[in-house]
Design a protein. Structure first.
Length: 234
């Protein structure tokens, strides 16, 4: 997907795109490739692939959810900033937290934030379950893209969501994982509201956007330690 195709696809999705955003994405891409030359962030480095599999794949969720109404958002396991930084670029009024336990990735993100001159965005380097315990019921939207399996993600992410907020999970294939996660979603006072199934343009790769609504506060005792989450999923 070249840049012109990227703009065209977003226009077709009614997602606002302008020259300032395109310039920020160009800076993002160039710094990603530069940093990736000495520190592994992604196996995807060709410009057309980054625009499709990282940039487009990250902003696609905005065609199914109104982020203009979001006050704060956290991207759990953000890695190289997908989708958190992309959402911040398109929706600058959202207060964004980028959470990751990897120091080198956090260093990249801190440098990127300065290069893009982004305000109202911060990085946190810690484990997801530890951060969640200290920030229960705090975010309008918690989002995670292609990290861990859904039964684990539910316990790491749903406790962070405010009542009436959403945990949005961006997945490839998801049917089996979702079935395994249903019990945990219920125990943590979540409800699967809808699932948007689609395919990426060009390569037709399957994508699932899972919207889980938080209907009540996080029960006491959650999230558990990570070894417990992995050993005995809810």
């Amino acid at each position: 997907m070249n840049k012109e195709e990227f703009k065209e696809y977003l226009n077709n999705l009614n997602i606002n795109i302008n020259d300032e955003i395109m310039n920020q994405l160009d800076t993002y891409y160039k710094y990603l490739v530069e940093y990736n030359s000495h520190t592994n962030l992604t196996a995807i480095t060709e410009e057309k692939d980054v625009y499709l599999k990282h940039f487009y794949d990250s902003i696609l969720v905005a065609s199914y959810y109104d982020f203009n109404k979001v006050t704060n958002l956290i991207d759990v396991g953000t890695g190289a900033g997908f989708p958190g930084v992309i959402l911040k670029i398109f929706f600058p009024n959202i207060e964004v937290t980028l959470l990751d336990s990897n120091n080198k990735k956090i260093t990249f993100l801190n440098n990127l934030i300065k290069k893009l001159n982004l305000k109202g965005i911060k990085t946190v380097q810690t484990r997801s379950e530890e951060y969640a315990l200290a920030n229960l019921d705090s975010y309008d939207v918690v989002i995670a893209r292609a990290v861990k399996n859904l039964p684990e993600l539910v316990e790491l992410c749903l406790p962070l969501v405010k009542v009436n907020g959403y945990f949005i999970s961006l997945k490839g294939h998801a049917d089996e994982e979702l079935e395994l996660a249903k019990s945990g979603i219920q125990k943590l006072n979540g409800k699967v509201e809808r699932i948007e199934k689609l395919k990426l343009p060009k390569e037709e790769a399957e994508r699932n956007i899972i919207f889980i609504n938080k209907i009540d506060k996080t029960p006491k005792g959650y999230p558990r330690r990570y070894d417990q989450i992995v050993k005995k999923p809810l």
